[in-house]
Design a protein around this ligand. Sequence first.
Ligand code: ADP
Ligand code: MG
Length: 257
Amino acid sequence: MTRVIAVANQKGGVGKTTTAINLSACLAEANQKVLVVDIDPQGNTTSGFGVEKEGLENTVYELILEECKIEECLLEKVLDNLDLIPSNINLSGAEIELIGVEEKEYILKKQVDQIKEKYDFVIIDCPPSLSMLTVNAMTTADTVLVPIQCEYYALEGLSQLLHTINLVKERLNPELEMEGVVFTMYDARTNLSLQVVENVKDNLKQTIYKTIIPRNVRLAEAPSHGVPINLYDSKSAGAESYRLLAQEVIQRGEVEE
Ligand code: ADP
Ligand code: MG
């Protein structure tokens, strides 16, 4: 069974893209077949895999406007076991162009459903907003994975995010569940990181991944080399943590089946 996971949090800079890229790459490394869907107009997931995002003939934008077939925007074998539907700045216009389009909440789902059986995992990197694009990701997904940055305002905005997930579940995708929360950019040298983790654990009745992603400069460097962390610095703390997260994600699926 394919598991479709939307990586979402309307806050920017919390580690969504870093998690989407490196979790996907580590799942692929663990022999899972992975499709990554970039639906952020910033296209950072696309460039993070070394794909030149300008000048692509077809992207998720053309897909959503039904100007191309899914096969026509699919970049196969970006890595072993990993395909990518890329995005770029053109997607920033999609929201407006979707006004009045029938069933616009399901456009991505209809497309991804056509090919998802080929994959063990579909990982969707969401933009930093609760926009129609994020709603499309949530109607397509089975679960939502929420990265939470270990900083003072970590809980801010989380209730809106959970509310949005509930609305989508009630009205558009009854099967939608929380995948869980993953803490990112943990700094063992500060008490603050630890406090944030404890605070979120106390306040959120959600599944929390045991793996905590540390702040690791290699994770920040890798995108400029166009490769995920396991290929950029295989022995770094960042690579090790995303490998552990991938194992935990795989195991969680096995428990549920
Ligand atoms: P989002 O997609 O939520 O906006 P990003 O994944 O782009 O967040 O991360 C924001 C910034 O923080 C990026 O520059 C990224 O390289 C950096 N970053 C993310 N996670 C880590 C980490 N664990 N350690 C160090 N830097 C990180
Ligand atoms: Mg991002």
